[in-house]
Design a protein around this ligand. Sequence first.
Ligand SMILES: C[S@@+](CC[C@H](N)C(=O)[O-])C[C@H]1O[C@@H](n2cnc3c(N)ncnc32)[C@H](O)[C@@H]1O
Length: 284
Amino acid sequence: MSEFSSQWLALREPADHRSRNQALREQLNQVLKDSRVANTQPLRVIDLGSGTGSNLRGLAPHLDGDQHWTLIDYDPKLIEAARSALSKWADTSEPASNSALQLTKQGKHILVDFLCTDLSQHIEMILEQPADLLTAAAFFDLVAEPWLERFCSALSTPLYTVLTYDGSEQWMPKHPADEEALRAFHAHQATDKGFGFAAGPKAVDVLQHRLLGYGFEVSIAPSPWELNQTHDAELIRALAAGSAQAVGETGLLDAATLASWKAARQEAQHCTIGHWDLLATFGA
Ligand SMILES: C[S@@+](CC[C@H](N)C(=O)[O-])C[C@H]1O[C@@H](n2cnc3c(N)ncnc32)[C@H](O)[C@@H]1O
């Protein structure tokens, strides 16, 4: 099981939210408006690998009207952290039946329920649930190609997934070990994160091609992190430490090179980390 701490997810949340591709999000809104013209029910959204609920906080304010979200994660600690973070984020929060939360935010009613389950096992069952939208943030690079095939063959709702890592990184100033370290990091990205060997930086390409094969219309748009020392010093340090740990676990860099690279990256002035957002819908 790959574990994500709620501290790391909180640290990356502001960068995640500002990096999302706005044009693609507007396209999503138009798709939902067109498909729900006479529908007065709350918008039904399922979020995969929801962590502490960052995707809801980033997306719900931009979607029209009342909403009903189901947040799915296999880590019970993150589900509890989501409950608390969402209650703090909302304008009002009340317990609802079945351990759900009834929130209001900027005049919208948002019902949130939680499901603690392993998506590597139960994705087909999840995809059978009625929904207007399936979504995920920073999730699809963890999954494996055979899982993506299972996922795409069972998908029958619009999909909007954001911030999938594409493997590209530019750090300033440069360090002589950058290329070697990035190769090692990619090797680590391709290890098993609970779904079989992870698609890692290939995930968006694979997802896009499989979805096209199943008759979806697919749009992708870049959502890179642009981080600098003035605004994101803590995130840069944590990112460099996490990357160095992953690189170290591969054993592909010697200890002295790794230590020098880590120290330089933690003090980097600027970095760009490539991500993509993807929207898949059925054509008219
Ligand atoms: C990088 S975090 C992203 C969390 C959140 N979407 C966000 O944007 O902050 C990936 C999330 O996927 C969850 N996850 C990983 N493998 C999973 C699995 N097999 N089943 C369910 N959730 C999983 C992790 O617990 C974690 O919360």
